[in-house]
Design a protein around this ligand. Structure first.
Ligand code: BTN
Length: 331
């Protein structure tokens, strides 16, 4: 009998096998304990871990467990099985940041395309030095390492392309219509469900990128964002009352991105048109922050370079290639 209290992955695997044999039926903790020659409290601890890994197991007080499904569980095979292009897939249970991890890996790897997915990030990074809340088994925390053969002047369009690819993937799998907030946040019902952080290293003197790391975070399941953040952020489950398969959505996002990278220059006409169509801030009055300066302006357009064209409060037309819309103002 196992005496110490550390739940091993092999025991977890054996418990899942037993639960699967009894799917949708009640099974007692003592039955599982007897079959594995462990204590009931050990089983209870293991089940709690499986629940936080994403397994949908109902624990009925003193009566037993009912296993329903593993829709929320990350699985490398399920992701790989649906990928249409060649990626080395790495799944991590926990990491500080998949972008940081992948940039480190890129230094020592000659692999062309790598996809890293984590079940949880302890230091998820957002744009402008912010953090990205990455609760365990609650969202998609993925980074793609790509080495696209595109000239430097087109690289700034990658961010727009990733926004369109991700928004389209979400729309397809969640059967919904998301919109984009310049530069690259994805919104549903006026709240943020997805953030994107693209980082790259250029090859000196070659007019192209050595690599680009594309980090994407999607809030999939109901979770505690805290009082402040929950005013601005939401999840697909909260808005649409669905439990999407993270595996399917990860593959779809990677596939859509590969599609646009294939013949990027020609595709850019298509995705920049889609980017504009999905942008909800055109025509709105906004507060725009760039560095330490704030501009109050009306958004006139987004041009083919992905720049925001605004008319400021003194009726001057200005363009912004970066910055942050901190507020939309109703007039
Ligand atoms: C933002 O909202 O400002 C961008 C958020 C980007 C979050 C993703 S989650 C996966 C990848 N790893 C990170 O540390 N950040 C990105």
């Amino acid at each position: 009998m196992i005496k110490n209290n550390i739940v091993t992955s092999s025991i977890k695997k054996r418990i899942i096998d037993i639960l699967e044999e009894n799917k949708d039926k009640r099974i007692t903790g003592s039955t599982i304990a007897k079959r594995l020659d462990v204590t009931r409290s050990y089983v209870s601890k293991a089940i709690k871990e499986l629940q936080t890994d994403g397994y949908d197991i109902i624990a009925e007080n003193r009566v037993g467990y009912i296993y329903q499904n593993d829709v929320k569980v990350l699985k490398a095979d399920a992701i790989k099985g649906k990928l249409t292009s060649d990626y080395e897939v790495i799944i991590l249970d926990e990491v500080d940041s998949t972008n940081r991890y992948l940039k480190e890996l890129a230094k020592n790897s000659t692999l062309k395309n790598i996809l890293v997915v984590a079940n949880q990030q302890t230091g998820g990074r957002g744009r402008l030095g912010r953090t990205f809340v990455s609760n365990k088994a609650s969202g998609i925390y993925m980074s793609l390492l790509v080495r696209p053969d595109i000239p430097i002047h087109l690289v700034k369009k990658v961010t727009c392309m990733v926004s369109v690819a991700t928004a389209n993937a979400i729309d397809k799998l969640a059967n919904t219509t998301t919109s984009i907030k310049w530069v690259n946040d994805i919104y549903l019902n006026k709240k943020k469900i997805c953030g994107i952080l693209t980082e790259g290293v250029a090859l000196a003197e070659e007019n192209k990128m050595e690599y680009i790391v594309i980090g994407i975070g999607v809030n999939c399941y109901h979770q505690d964002f805290g009082e402040e953040l929950s005013k601005k952020a939401t999840s697909l489950e909260d808005e649409l009352h669905i439990c999407i398969s993270r595996n399917a959505l990860i593959s779809e996002i990677a596939n859509q991105i590969s599609f646009y990278f294939n013949d990027f220059e020609r595709q850019s006409k298509l995705f920049m048109k889609e980017y504009k169509e999905k942008s909800f801030i055109i025509g709105m009055n906004v507060e725009l922050q760039k560095g330490s300066s704030t501009t109050f302006a009306k958004v006139i357009d987004i041009n083919d370079e992905g720049e925001l064209i605004v008319e400021d409060e003194f009726h001057k037309i200005k363009s912004f290639s970066s910055g942050e819309i901190t507020r939309t103002i109703l007039k």
